[in-house]
Design a protein around this ligand. Structure first.
Ligand SMILES: [Zn+2]
Length: 843
């Protein structure tokens, strides 16, 4: 190099450095930009501030690009920030195409696949703060993105060159805003850092992480679409927080059990990443990291869990919580294990350096999360080619698991054709490829990348009874143990060979005929309720209480009849697969139906089942009104309501508002402000009694049946409450349906019911003022009870009643002992609830 050119090189190097430094200087830190000290005690940025900051980063840095994925339930912009090298972001479309081909390598030669592995980048998807009280990661995300956008060191540049980070600072923005508002409002009071009296998602609260195979909520659908239709990441990390008195951070390896149908390379990737997280935390002097603890690898309801069956390496971190952004001090003697993988708090091979106790604050949470996040980015960069190769191998193995002929058939012609169409649409939403036969039957070929996922959701679960030591005790499931969609949706889908001559599937709702004076609509599909409820608001609807004739044929009890005006109002709500039959006129011997005026009881304990019930009833057009303690206690309920639904709640919560002590509570929960204290108390119980005496209908779901049994002295008792042999973990059971009752109209003789607790009824002969009718019964043979999932001691529940209807004078009580609308995942049993609501207006 000549003297001159050396000088030129020095000058240009200096210019580059100065330019980079200047650019970095122009990019403000989150604290500078927001004018607050991010991560300080009692300081939180809300979601709108976070979005504003990321937009500023996008504007200032070529390494950050913000994508708004869609709207939340309450109308916020749900966004993802792509963080990577400038070159990768400029080349985004090509990199996405490579990710898509790696996720679906059908038709690729080995040479083409190898070329893609060489060219591709790891797509690392990181979701934060799905649980809104777990606030740390939403704050950490800003600092991390700022660091990545401004770093000039070779190592960071290399990582951003190998990896496209897809960072979602919060996937429940509505809840993030609610919780930060609640926290700020109560700062400095005795309620600081305490729980909110309502759900942190408009409908589902903490269950927003239980929706990932059913995709019922807006946020789930928006994020799921980004993952499985747009970005196709190979690695997904979901960042959570856990209780305050145990380990400081959990990272994989997961605890037992593991689902045998997930490709082992998922766990090999995941464990490698987890090991590096633990290493980097230890090097940084952060104690209390644990693996093989509490969180298992079995159930597909959570964010990244569903992804395991779709060949993605999904990881979870759980960091100990503070009291939201308020520090907590944990005495050494308060530290506890108690979970699977750490029975007593102390040194173990999976927990070599227990945290000694002390003060724990938001900044600690963010520091642990940041180290774990940097570690996963590091491993993804280090192992770029391996992770792409592994993703490719998993997709290929999934496709090769089945033969070209292997398929499921969802027949078009079945009892609930609309439900069948809904199942097909759900699979398509998941990114599953469907085919259609000329007769409308849907075929799901299994030899496709998501073939194992399809098989998992369409067949019964048999829980792996893993034992950690010899003996009787098995490892219990973390959440539910069954998710067999055809059973839960009440539709049929069976293995059948894939025929030739199929076409691509498309969801089409055939327009319903409107040229007639009246239309007969079969009951039994939950989808019928959408049409009936819309019809009731536009015209006349009748329901057959006995067999009636119309249009030259007989119609069974339960059939709905809509006149022309009602049909016109309803037709726009028709779902694919739905149909009605033109009949001459409304049959005079069918009973006029009026829209049931429905109330849902809502305690101040942020009941997720209350939210799910409200969601389901709103979706199907029931327009329910919320009844708080105060409004129930005020009485005169019969003037305003035909039916009142009590969601699944412990009887103590309904009576007193005191939640049962939360084992392993997520964080400390001081009392609620006085306006949210208490339950129905004596006045509320009296008001419900008065409601029934005046002709109202009470519908109690699952646990709340016990409240009504006690308060109304019903001729029913929980037959299995004290049965020590019976254990059920969110399983699907068989129940036989008693036909002919208004609550069982249209239901098949046998239904699959979702059950998650020891609850089944004995009835007794009541006095003359009441009549009871068993609506559904568990089978007499214990071996017939379980359809999917795990249970012990079916003998205890055999031949017991699953649901009971009681008439008391003009009033009615419906006790549904199973989870009829559990997480909106059980449409097959929605009709129990919907029929009970229609029954409330019967003469
Ligand atoms: Zn969580």
């Amino acid at each position: 190099m000549t003297r001159f050119s050396l000088r030129a090189a020095l000058v240009s190097a200096l210019l580059v450095t100065t330019a980079a430094a200047a650019a970095a200087a122009r990019i403000p830190s989150p604290s500078e930009f927001l004018g607050m000290s991010v991560g300080a005690d009692r300081t939180v940025a809300d979601y709108r501030q976070i979005l504003a900051y990321f937009k500023a980063l996008d504007a200032a840095s070529p390494r950050v690009e913000v994508f708004v994925l869609g709207k939340t339930t309450l109308g916020e912009d749900l966004f993802l920030a792509a963080v990577s090298s400038e070159a990768n972001l400029a080349n985004r479309k090509r990199l996405q195409e490579i990710a898509r081909k790696i996720a679906d390598p059908r038709g690729l030669t080995d040479a083409e696949a190898e070329a893609l592995v060489r060219e591709g980048k790891v797509f690392l998807f990181i979701t934060c703060n799905i649980h809104s009280t777990e606030i740390g990661a939403s704050q950490m995300a800003m600092e991390w993105a700022h660091a990545l956008a401004t770093a000039e060191d070779a190592e960071t540049r290399r990582r951003l060159d190998e990896v496209v980070l897809l960072l979602l600072p919060s996937i429940n923005p509505d809840g993030q805003i609610m919780e930060t508002e609640w926290y700020r409002k109560n700062l400095g009071t005795r309620y600081e850092g305490g729980r909110m009296p309502w759900l942190y998602h408009h409908y589902v609260g903490h269950d927003d992480n239980r929706d990932w195979f059913m995709l019922t909520q807006q946020e789930t659908r928006v994020v799921s679409r980004a993952v499985y239709h747009e970005w196709l990441p190979q690695v997904w990390l979901d960042e959570h927080q856990m209780g305050a008195t145990g380990p400081r951070i959990f990272m994989p390896p997961y605890s037992e059990p593991v689902d045998p149908d997930i490709h082992p390379l998922v766990w090999r990737d995941v464990n490698l990443i987890g090991a590096n997280m633990a290493l980097r935390l230890e090097q940084a002097g952060k104690s209390g990291a644990i693996y093989g603890y509490v969180f298992d690898a079995y159930w597909p309801g959570g964010t990244k869990n569903t992804a395991w069956w779709k060949n993605i390496s999904g990881l979870l971190t759980e960091v100990a919580s503070a009291r939201f952004a308020t520090p907590v001090r944990i005495e050494p003697s308060e530290l506890s294990g108690g979970g699977k993988g750490l029975v007593e708090y102390g040194t173990q091979t999976n927990f070599p350096n227990p945290w000694p106790g002390g003060t724990w604050r938001l900044r600690d949470i963010m520091d642990y999360e940041r180290i774990a996040s940097d570690a996963i980015l590091e491993t993804c960069a280090e192992r770029r080619a391996d992770f792409l190769k592994n993703a490719l191998a998993r997709a290929r193995a999934a496709i090769a698991t089945y033969g070209a002929e292997d398929a499921f058939r969802i027949p078009a012609d079945q009892r609930d054709a609309a439900g069948a169409a809904r199942l097909a649409a759900l699979l398509a939403e998941h990114g599953v490829e469907l085919r259609a036969a000329p007769n409308g039957d849907v075929y799901v070929p299994l030899a496709q990348p998501y073939g194992r996922f399809v098989n998992e959701l369409l067949t019964p679960q048999r829980y792996p009874e893993t034992k950690l030591v010899p003996g009787k005790d098995i490892v219990r499931p973390y959440d539910v143990s069954a998710w067999t969609l055809p059973l839960m949706m009440g539709v049929s889908a069976e293995r059948a060979p894939l025929p030739a001559a199929l076409v691509a599937w498309k969801a089409v709702a055939a327009p319903l005929p409107l040229d007639g004076a009246a239309f007969a609509l079969a009951p039994g599909s939950p989808e019928s309720a959408r049409l009936v409820n819309a019809g009731l608001r536009g015209g006349a609807v009748r329901v057959a209480r006995t067999v009636v004739s119309a249009g030259g044929r007989e119609w069974p009890a339960g059939t709905f009849f809509l006149d022309g005006a009602a049909a016109k109002a309803a037709a726009g709500k028709a779902q694919p697969g739905q149909s009605w039959t033109v009949v001459g006129a409304l049959p005079p011997d069918a009973e006029p139906l009026r829209p049931p005026r429905v109330g849902i009881y809502k305690p101040w304990t942020a009941s997720m089942d209350e939210g799910w019930t409200r969601f389901v009833l709103e979706q199907y057009g029931f327009e329910p009104k919320t009844l708080e303690n105060k409004s129930v206690r005020a009485g005169s309920l019969a003037a305003a309501f035909d039916a009142i639904v009590l969601p699944d709640l412990p009887k103590e919560v309904i009576a007193t508002g005191k939640p049962k002590r939360d084992e392993g509570a997520m964080r400390y929960s001081p009392d609620l402000p006085p306006e949210y204290a208490g339950g129905l108390e004596k006045e509320g119980a009296a008001a419900l009694k008065d409601f029934v005496e005046k002709g109202g209908t009470l519908v109690a779901l699952s646990s709340s049946t016990e409240y009504l049994i006690d308060e109304l002295a019903l001729p029913v008792r929980n037959a299995v409450a004290r049965s020590s042999d019976l254990a059920i973990a969110g399983s699907i059971l068989r129940a036989e349906v008693a036909p002919g009752h208004p609550v069982t109209y249209g239901l098949p003789s046998e239904v699959a019911v979702f059950q998650d607790e020891a609850l089944a009824f004995d009835t007794v002969l009541p006095g003359p003022e009441m009549e009871r009718r068993v609506l559904a019964t568990y089978p007499a043979a214990p071996a017939d009870v379980l359809l999917s999932g795990w249970m012990r001691g079916p003998e205890a529940i055999a031949r017991k009643a699953a649901a009971v209807a009681i008439t008391c004078g003009k009033g009615r009580v419906v006790l549904i002992g199973f989870r009829a609308q559990h997480r909106a995942q059980t449409p097959g049993t929605f009709p129990f609830v919907f029929n009970a609501l229609y029954w409330s207006t019967a003469r």
